[in-house]
Design a protein around this ligand. Structure first.
Ligand SMILES: Cc1cc2nc3c(=O)[nH]c(=O)nc-3n(C[C@H](O)[C@H](O)[C@H](O)COP(=O)(O)OP(=O)(O)OC[C@H]3O[C@@H](n4cnc5c(N)ncnc54)[C@H](O)[C@@H]3O)c2cc1C
Length: 252
């Protein structure tokens, strides 16, 4: 059977709609936002209103359930006009929404996804550290289970969508123990912005994507309930690699 690579009528309509939005609403302000290194709350909200956050998320969690191809078409059309807004959208979806959607429990999904899919909130993905970039398993940030809380210490760098006024939660990869083979056990933990001991600092001076938000994050005895673990303890490395695989679809 021959594969059909043609876009459906729905995909073509979506492309037209997003192209129209990007040309009419993003193009006139893109240069100024870039010059000022200014994150746009308005355009983020508009992308949410158009259903571009959570296109692969089912409707019961506030997504538009249009599928991955629709998501890629949307990012492609926005990147055609402005890389910064495309980065906000791509990271918001692949790095912010998808780990919660694919690995979160029912309560976590109901707590975070509706506002994330509406473009009213952003989630970030805290993997990279000053000494752990390409080698994503080299994280040094630790999370120690003390009673009913994870106590997190360490730092992250270059984290997209992490320091805006609508940045509500970060999925943080941390070392939570040692595995039987002697390697670090890595787990992902949801850390809401504003938690005491979670300090954020906006980074400036990027050469590209200057209007997308990038932050440095510091965790100093930051305590979150043990229920904030995402998925199973020790699954963090697998979750992160799978999330990055999804991210490559839109970043490419
Ligand atoms: C704008 C922006 C947004 C980002 N957003 C996020 C985010 O939301 N969340 C997040 O966790 N991270 C984010 N990152 C971080 C990004 O994932 C890292 O920059 C990336 O993983 C590379 O890590 P590094 O910068 O430490 O470079 P390094 O790992 O130090 O690499 C530097 C260079 O050395 C090369 N290199 C590294 N190791 C080897 C090797 N073993 N052999 C040969 N060559 C090698 C690399 O290819 C690269 O060219 C972002 C980065 C940027 C710039």
């Amino acid at each position: 059977m021959a594969l059909d690579f043609d876009l459906t009528e729905e995909h073509q309509m979506l492309r037209k709609m997003v192209r129209n939005f990007a040309e009419k609403e993003i193009a006139p302000v893109a240069q100024e936002l870039d010059d000022k290194e200014e994150f746009s709350y308005h355009l983020t909200k508009r992308m949410g209103e158009l259903g571009l956050f959570g296109p692969f998320v089912s409707e019961e969690y506030g997504g538009s359930n249009m599928g991955y191809l629709s998501y890629i078409i949307a990012v492609e059309e926005i990147a055609r006009i402005d890389g910064s807004q495309a980065a906000t959208l791509a990271a918001g979806n692949s790095l912010g929404i998808s780990p919660i959607y694919y690995y979160g429990n029912e309560e976590q999904k109901r707590q975070w996804l509706p506002d994330l899919c509406a473009g009213k909130a952003l989630a970030s993905f805290g993997l990279t550290e000053p000494n752990a970039g390409s080698d994503a398993g080299a994280s040094r940030t630790t999370a120690v289970l003390e009673g009913d809380y994870w106590v997190i210490n360490g730092s992250k760098i270059f984290i997209t969508n992490s320091t805006t006024e609508i940045s509500k939660v970060c999925v943080v990869q941390a070392v939570t123990g040692k595995r039987e083979d002697g390697r670090n056990e890595l787990s992902c933990i949801l850390v809401p912005n504003g938690t005491p001991g979670f300090i954020t600092k906006t980074m400036h001076g990027k050469m590209v994507w200057r209007a997308s938000n990038t932050g440095e994050l510091y965790f100093q005895d930051c305590k979150v309930p043990k229920e904030n673990l995402l998925g199973r303890r020790g699954d963090g490395f697998h979750q992160m690699l799978a999330t990055l695989d999804g991210g490559r679809l839109s970043i490419a």
